[in-house]
Every structure is written in structure tokens, then in C-alpha cells.
Design a protein around this ligand. Sequence first.
Ligand code: GAR
Length: 212
Amino acid sequence: MDIVILVSGRGSNLKAICSAIDAGKCDANIVGVVSDRKKAAALEFADARGIQTRVVSLRKGDDRDLWNDALAKTVVSLKPDLIVLAGFMRVLGTPLLERFPGRIINVHPALLPAFPGHSGPQDALDAGVRISGCTVHIVDAGVDTGPIIAQAAVPVVEGDSAESLHTRIQVQEHRLLPAVIHQIAIGAITLNPLRVRRPVADLSRSLTVPDA
Ligand code: GAR
């Protein structure tokens, strides 16, 4: 299964996917890494690994429709079977969503549908929840609203900052996201924008698999 990974930042999830591929635990082939930020550290890592990289920048005042068209064109040119948003901090427009219906997944640092958006860990702390975690879901036109594929939970501990909670959540992201990609690659999870056939496989010890 050929995948394109969309990134905006550090790229720890990209690295986790690469490590899982190297370890034979994720049956996917990364055909490109695309970023909206040319300074994203994830791009350096991808370059060093010999993965094709593309930048489709969106600056203040830029035309959003043009950016969405350019992004879709760039991704389509890489011919992926699946698109993975791994820390991509933009909402996707219709050009990409219509070209890959149900074939785009995202990892989010909260237990959706709680705390969507850019600051999941901080929002979870502000709400005083005792458990948070991460969610891998299919991307739709909303902000972190698409069908949930898998979740992993982590405790919120006394004295947590958004950063310390996020770090704990990312440990689970790094297990869950490659595991979900692998399950999709081997057909154990069937993606459909309206209905996700949930995996029966045990993806990780702390994974919560909702009933189908
Ligand atoms: C990840 O924790 C991911 O869940 C989050 O950005 C981080 C990127 O980290 N995404 C969102 O908040 C999307 N709403 P990384 O660049 O080290 O993989």
C-alpha cells in the first residue's frame, strides 16, 4: 500500500511509521511527504531517508481555494492508496476529500469527539478530565469529526502541563498510527467514509476498540 504523509511540524509520527516499516510491522510504502510549511523538521527527516518531499505553502492572505487545488494536485501526482495526516495542522478542502473519499486518515491528540482542533492536550487539561489519549479517524470536511477507527487512552497525572500530557499521548500515537496503517494495508480495517469496519486485531494493550 502506497501512502503519502502530510506533515506540518516535528514529524515524530512520521518517524514512528518509518520505524514500524523498518521493523516489518507496517506493510506500507511511503511515496511522498507533503508539508504546508517548508521549515517543518519532518521534511529534513524525510529528505535524509530519501523520501520524496513536496511543500505546498499557505501564507496569511493566500487564496485558500488555490492552495487546496495545489495540495490536491501535488498529492494526486504521488499516486497514493492512502493519505495519512501526521501532525498536519490544516483543514482539508473538497479537492483532496473528493479525490480520496474515505482514504484519508488523521491522528489527533485527544479522545474524540472530545477536544478537536489545534490544542487537544491543553483543552483536555482545562476541562479537568482524568483520562485523555489519541484517536485515529477518517478525515471528513469537519475539524476532527470523521469516523473513529481506533483510540488509545492515557492518564492525566497531577501537575501535568499540556506538553507533558502531549508527550505521554504521543507515545501511544507512535504505536497506534503505524498499527492502524498496517491493519488497513492487510485489509483488516476496511475504510469507508460512512462506515468503518472496526478491527478485531489487538492493536495495542491500551487500545480501545469500539463495538462495530
Ligand atoms: C501529533 O501529536 C498529532 O496528534 C497532532 O500534532 C502532533 C504532531 O506531532 N495533531 C493535531 O493536533 C491535529 N489536530 P509530530 O509532528 O511530532 O508527529
